[in-house]
Design a protein around this ligand. Structure first.
Ligand SMILES: NC(=O)c1ccc[n+]([C@@H]2O[C@H](COP(=O)([O-])OP(=O)(O)OC[C@H]3O[C@@H](n4cnc5c(N)ncnc54)[C@H](OP(=O)(O)O)[C@@H]3O)[C@@H](O)[C@H]2O)c1
Length: 294
């Protein structure tokens, strides 16, 4: 046997047990647990429910037969208009998601909750440089973004899991973003918070695998709100977005592609480097900003 052939057979022999292990792991693959969650008859708590996508969730929850909706907002002055949608079913709650005392008060009051919709989010400072890593004067604003978009939904989920289980099970929908999959350099801190929140959601899903709680990662694309990119149109309405999310969760989807994000996912999968180069080019040539920053 030539030296190269000897080396090849040694390499194949070394690889054999590894290949066998993978085959065993595939044989032992567990079936996907199918948990289907319907909002009809459920009791939902929505964070950031006073406008945009959160308000759409409240309206569609009512339309689809939720028994009660805890409409929460950090500024209570914004809540009477939400309650007006259906005073018999909408309960207002003041909740700044970053306020630990308010989170505790919410879980003490809303004892019948079966659904949590972690929707509230902070896109980052109005000052573009502060939303980035290199140019920020400090990472304080980035840390607030991370707190609001990742750690606070984690805290709210942790607090409400016993409530949901006491009430027989339900769902947690974490509103992420297509920007969980890539960095928008104009909103680096937002992208990194949504990527972290995606992983936090994956962890929760694993921990709740054997419990009757569907944990959904909602990858939202373009919805027409104050957080939409300025100067761009074509986003769907918050109500349509909510219907897409609830339809997907009723089917048992754990990765929910809403408002066109599937197309973006496909583009990234097809050529991730070209996709990233496109974001970087835009960052230098015509930086994106959202409506509530202009
Ligand atoms: N619109 C899109 O195209 C799009 C795309 C991808 C993902 N998303 C995600 O969808 C969700 C909703 O966004 P949106 O478009 O509806 O944006 P929005 O109109 O800016 O609404 C954001 C909501 O979050 C609330 N909020 C912010 N910080 C909070 C805090 N500390 N405590 C409680 N509430 C707080 C805001 O309250 P105030 O009114 O008091 O500020 C507001 O109700 C977010 O998670 C966002 O990342 C949106």
């Amino acid at each position: 046997m030539k030296r190269r052939d000897v080396l090849n057979s040694l390499a194949m022999a070394a690889a054999a047990p590894i290949m066998a292990k993978v085959a065993v792991a595939q044989d032992a693959e567990q079936p996907k647990p199918q948990k289907m969650a319907s909002v009809e008859g459920g009791v939902a708590l929505v964070t950031g429910s006073n406008r945009g996508i959160g308000l759409g969730f409240v309206k569609v929850l009512l339309e689809r037969g939720a028994q009660r909706v805890y409409a929460t907002a950090r500024n209570p002055e914004n809540l009477p208009a939400v309650v007006e949608l259906d005073p018999s079913r909408v309960v207002p709650l003041e909740l700044d998601v970053n306020n630990a005392a308010q989170r505790l008060a919410a879980v003490e009051q809303a004892t019948d909750v079966t659904w949590i919709i972690n929707n509230a989010a902070y896109p980052g400072s109005r000052v573009p440089e502060e939303r980035r890593i290199r140019s920020a004067s400090s990472l304080d604003d980035s840390k607030l973004v991370m707190e609001t978009n990742c750690w606070s939904p984690a805290e709210i989920s942790r607090l409400f899991i016993p409530t949901i289980l006491n009430n027989g099970g339900g769902a947690i929908a974490n509103i992420l973003s297509a920007a969980s999959w890539f960095c928008l350099p104009e909103y680096s801190s937002y992208s990194l918070s949504k990527a972290a929140a995606m992983m936090m959601t994956n962890g929760l899903r694993a921990e709740l695998d054997r419990d009757p709680v569907l944990v959904a990662s909602v990858f939202t694309g373009g919805v027409d709100t104050r957080a939409s990119p300025a100067g761009m149109s074509g986003g769907i309405s918050p109500n349509e977005h909510a219907h897409q999310v609830f339809d997907a969760m009723a089917r048992g989807d754990t990765d929910v592609y809403a408002a066109g994000s599937k197309g973006m996912r496909d583009m990234i999968n097809a050529d991730p480097v070209a996709f990233e180069r496109g974001r970087i080019k835009r960052f230098y040539e015509s930086p994106l900003t959202i409506r509530n920053h202009i």
